[in-house]
Design a protein around this ligand. Structure first.
Ligand SMILES: C[S@@+](CC[C@H](N)C(=O)[O-])C[C@H]1O[C@@H](n2cnc3c(N)ncnc32)[C@H](O)[C@@H]1O
Length: 324
């Protein structure tokens, strides 16, 4: 009922897509020595959607501020082929990581540059952490999450995809990222705040761990407050001039634009920190051949699931902390 009102005639198509098989992208692992990975993916008739966007007509309008070195192969719009599982190279490192390709957009939007200190505040199980590391730009990556079991999965991913030398560059800890007292302030060049949300695709399909069950009602009601606290913590952790990306995998305006707008007000009133929303509309133009975007967000960008491009939902919004 809620999404019907929010999206009007777009909702039936998004709804049926959420109820259908999702599409995956293959994030190429730049740390793998399996030289055939890219050739194998190309052999499947998949293409690197990031390279294609930057070298296509939309990319000709000038370089977009994207995190570099990330390669992700997807099948064309309308093609529902699947990727086979990734194979290990001679030292056991896997060649690619299968994920919702739209989940890479927040990482690309973070625009990580060489030598930067990066914080991933809600990192587990680690798909975006792995993507951040593919940039080869992080002087150090700090990954935090409140869940012990999910942090174990993050360690598993780091072990399967990174050689030891690259893992040394990452510190992982179990922590409540929403605690404003504990957060290291004014430290990071880039902060990713990929918050817990109603995970719409999971919620419509799976019974286990479903946030809409009666016993989780209170947790669900408290979710927007937690999301706002996490985003404010991310803003506090960023250096003056630093960039923060907020992301979710829900269509809910209450968990997306509303949280961004509230956190900006909170940072200003409680901490006298000015934060500006950065325009990411170039993403809509650049990646229109791969994703179906919703053009009406007040702030930020939203990938709407569509049967011909069944990625998302992914919402992402980039904020910049003022210098003073
Ligand atoms: C959407 S998931 C993150 C997915 C992850 N970024 C990835 O790409 O694999 C949200 C995460 O937030 C974590 N979380 C929930 N509350 C938290 C808190 N107070 N502090 C830190 N992490 C929290 C959850 O355990 C969950 O792993």
């Amino acid at each position: 009922m809620n999404y019907g009102m929010q999206f009007g005639p777009l909702w039936p198509s998004a709804r049926v897509s959420l109820l259908s098989e999702p599409k995956y992208g293959a994030l190429v692992n730049n740390f793998s020595w399996g030289g055939d990975v890219v050739r194998d993916l190309q052999g499947l008739r998949a293409a690197d959607f990031i390279y294609a966007a930057q070298n296509g007509p939309a990319g000709a309008e000038g370089p977009a501020p994207l995190s570099p070195n990330i390669q992700c192969y997807t099948f064309p719009k309308g093609d529902i082929c699947r990727f086979p599982p990734a194979r290990p190279d001679t030292v056991g490192i896997l060649g690619y990581y299968l994920m919702d390709a739209a989940s890479l957009l927040p990482v690309l939007a973070l625009n990580v540059q060489p030598g930067q200190l990066v914080l991933d505040l809600c990192a587990a199980p680690g798909g975006k952490t792995l993507a951040l590391l593919q940039t080869g730009c992080c002087r150090h990556l700090t990954a935090k999450d409140i869940s012990v079991s999910r942090i174990k999965r993050l360690h598993g991913i780091l072990h399967s995809y990174l050689p030891k030398a690259a893992r040394d560059n990452v510190s992982v800890s179990v922590e409540d990222g929403s605690n404003w007292e504990q957060v290291e302030r004014d430290v990071f060049d880039r902060v990713l705040v990929d918050v817990p949300c109603t995970t719409d695709r999971h919620s419509v399909m799976e019974h286990d761990n479903n946030l809409f069950t009666r016993v989780r009602k209170k947790e669900r009601q408290q979710l927007p407050m937690l999301q706002m606290q996490l985003l404010v913590a991310g803003i506090l952790a960023a250096k003056p001039g630093g960039e923060v990306v907020y992301s979710t995998c829900t269509l809910s305006q209450l968990q997306n634009e509303y949280i961004v707008e509230s956190a900006i007000k909170m940072a200003e009133t409680q901490f006298s920190i000015d934060v500006h929303v950065e325009d990411l509309s170039c993403f809509r133009r650049l990646f229109q051949d791969t994703f179906s975007f919703y053009a009406e967000c007040r702030v930020g960008e939203l990938v709407l699931p569509h049967l011909t491009a069944n990625f998302g939902p992914t919402y992402f919004c980039k904020l910049r902390r003022a210098q003073h």
